[in-house]
Design a binder for this molecule. Structure first.
Ligand SMILES: Nc1ncnc2c1ncn2[C@@H]1O[C@H](COP(=O)(O)OP(=O)(O)OP(=O)(O)O)[C@@H](O)[C@H]1O
Ligand SMILES: [Mg+2]
Length: 273
């Protein structure tokens, strides 16, 4: 099995509370998947679990890439396999400049045997590539000399995300756009940037509520999550229906999941009062 990222029956708990209760998604390069669902349904939990975040305990199921266990890999190995997680580098790294960060990341991916401290890709080659990608994104040269994410606006963070995608050219990209409070500039950056970067080489899973993003990047598959399960998978029309009508119809079609959602909310209220 090559060129496929397979999430099967994934179960994830946070602080011993089950959040994901068996999630299945299969992504191939060239496919755009949208993951939608009401607040608290578990979308970001899926993203954190795939990133190997220590708070998110995998209690069942598996995630395989090209037939190998993704969950056993460290961040570097995942990156070398061509998996990109948008919040994988969300942190501010004082003292590390955008260009240096990208040169290291690109060198790691293109030269898999490379050890820390070993040769990076040649500066001239790298500069040329970086320049051309930055021009395309409308970033001026100064941006590459700034410290990573330090004082970046929402729009600049998104440009950084898209710049990373453009430089790293992953096979699988997972973008969690829900909680970032994107303004319209940032939404445009992501929409247009993704629109340019997606193609037969890259598979994408976008977690989003933004209609604009999905208009620009029509999903081949739209998955709807409710109470930690994917209750429906459709195409762009399903995404459109959710934008137009919200989740009421979904809850009606899946009363058991809707009941679980209510239980979950009641428990949360109980535990915080
Ligand atoms: N680190 C955490 N600590 C405690 N509870 C968590 C944590 N992460 C997730 N949860 C709980 O798991 C459930 C799913 O949360 P998650 O953030 O995955 O939802 P979401 O679908 O991404 O929602 P949104 O659309 O608001 O971004 C919620 O009940 C949430 O409170
Ligand atoms: Mg979220």
């Amino acid at each position: 099995m090559t060129d496929v990222l397979t999430i099967s029956d994934l179960q994830v708990s946070v602080a011993d509370t089950p959040i994901l209760k068996g999630v299945d998604i299969e992504i191939r390069p060239g496919e755009i998947h949208a993951l939608m669902g009401p607040n608290g349904s578990g979308k970001s939990t899926l993203a954190y679990a795939l990133a190997g975040h220590p708070l998110y305990e995998i209690t069942g199921g598996q995630v395989m890439i090209d037939g190998e266990d993704l969950l056993e890999m460290d961040a570097n190995q995942r990156a070398r396999r061509g998996v990109f997680l948008a919040f994988q580098y969300p942190v501010t790294i004082p003292g590390v400049k955008v260009a240096d960060f990208l040169r290291h990341a690109v060198s790691n991916i293109r030269n898999p045997g490379r050890k820390e401290g070993e040769s990076l890709i040649p500066m001239r080659e790298f500069r040329k590539e970086l320049r051309s990608q930055m021009d395309q994104l409308g970033l001026d040269a100064e941006f590459a000399r700034r410290y990573l994410n330090d004082g970046f606006s929402g729009g600049e963070k998104k440009r950084m995300e898209i710049l990373q995608l453009a430089m790293l050219k992953p096979r699988f990209a997972l973008l969690d756009e829900t909680d970032s409070g994107l303004d319209s500039d940032a939404v445009r950056v992501v929409s247009e940037g993704l629109g340019e970067l997606t193609g037969p080489e890259m598979g994408v899973l976008i977690i989003t509520h933004h209609e604009r993003l999905l208009e620009f990047n029509r999903p081949d598959y739209a998955h709807v999550m409710l109470a930690g399960r994917i209750v429906e998978t459709g195409d762009a029309d399903l995404a459109q229906e959710l934008h137009a009508n919200g989740y009421a119809a979904i809850r009606q079609r899946h009363p058991e999941a809707a009941a679980e959602e209510q239980d979950q909310e009641a428990q949360q209220v109980a535990s915080t009062t």
